[in-house]
Design a protein around this ligand. Structure first.
Ligand SMILES: Nc1ncnc2c1ncn2[C@@H]1O[C@H](COP(=O)(O)OP(=O)(O)O)[C@@H](O)[C@H]1O
Ligand SMILES: [Mg+2]
Length: 254
């Protein structure tokens, strides 16, 4: 064996190992301007905002390791409470700080917004998958951030109510878990108190975080959300739109 061949073989083996941790997916480019306008931490965040998401990441990862969680859903009582922003920045923060893959899934299938936050216009979305018109491989996008994947949504007026059954969601999550055995899967879910879609997702996931909008979410809505989440493993709440004097931008309480 010539010198150098051994190390080439080792390189190939380690490349294969990396490939198995990070499955192949269609690479997409993102828009810096869109991410800045969307308040993503890959835009132009202040140190204070970075620190808030780092704190959230630390608290969530603690729970993930403690309870061997692989799938986390994020919901809130109503639209515009900050579910999508929280899910996306949490996913990015974990991908930036960890060596395992993170898959962000736009599970608000009827009102998807995640691709838009990155300035991406996907050809297919999760709704197409549930309509049996796209495969998982068609959906999966690789974002420029190392270890970061996106399963986008696409406005889907034709999505029939029965297309989003709990069985189909379970099958989808099992397939994704098999594809990413070392990955963390973060689901940006529909609101808990609008439509019934959240119940197709939340009971099929290992854990759920509830976002609460400071000064907007009513106590009654929190109680109703906890009733909807009765059979779900709620691991914490995120107070969004918190004032700087209360904490910083966001505050996580497990
Ligand atoms: N902590 C925050 N600070 C400032 N703006 C926020 C914050 N959280 C959310 N927003 C903004 O509020 C709007 C609704 O947030 P979004 O994450 O889309 O809510 P949801 O997914 O619950 O409907 C978006 O324009 C988002 O940028
Ligand atoms: Mg949303």
């Amino acid at each position: 064996m010539k010198s150098g061949e051994g190390s080439a073989a080792t390189d190939l083996r380690s490349e294969r190992a990396v490939e198995s941790i990070y499955p192949k997916a269609r690479p997409v480019i993102w828009s810096q301007l869109a991410m800045e306008e969307s308040r993503l931490i890959t835009g132009s965040p202040t140190q204070q905002i970075m620190d808030c998401y780092s704190l959230l990441r630390t608290r969530v990862l603690h729970r993930v390791r403690q309870h061997r969680i692989q799938t986390i859903g994020i919901t809130s009582p109503a639209p515009r409470d900050g579910k999508s922003l929280t899910s996306t920045n949490l996913a990015l923060s974990i991908a930036m700080g960890e060596s395992h893959p993170v898959v962000l899934i736009d599970a608000d299938v009827r009102r998807p917004t995640l691709a838009g936050l990155f300035g991406i216009e996907p050809e297919v979305g999760l709704g197409d998958y549930f309509m049996d018109e796209a495969s998982l491989e068609d959906l999966l996008l690789k974002l420029p951030q190392k270890g970061m994947y996106l399963i986008p949504g696409r406005a889907q007026s034709r999505l029939r109510p029965e297309a989003l059954s709990s069985d189909k969601v379970l099958d989808f999550t099992l397939r994704l878990k098999r594809m990413f055995p070392n990955g963390l899967l973060i689901f940006d879910m529909p609101p808990a108190l609008v439509g019934g879609d959240v119940v197709a997702f939340a009971p099929n996931l290992d854990a759920t975080l509830i976002v609460v909008a400071n000064r907007r979410t009513l106590e009654k809505e929190i109680q109703q959300t906890m009733t909807v989440m009765e059979d779900v493993n709620v691991i914490g709440t995120v107070l969004n739109f918190a004032e700087e004097t209360i904490s910083r931008n966001e505050y996580y309480k497990a």
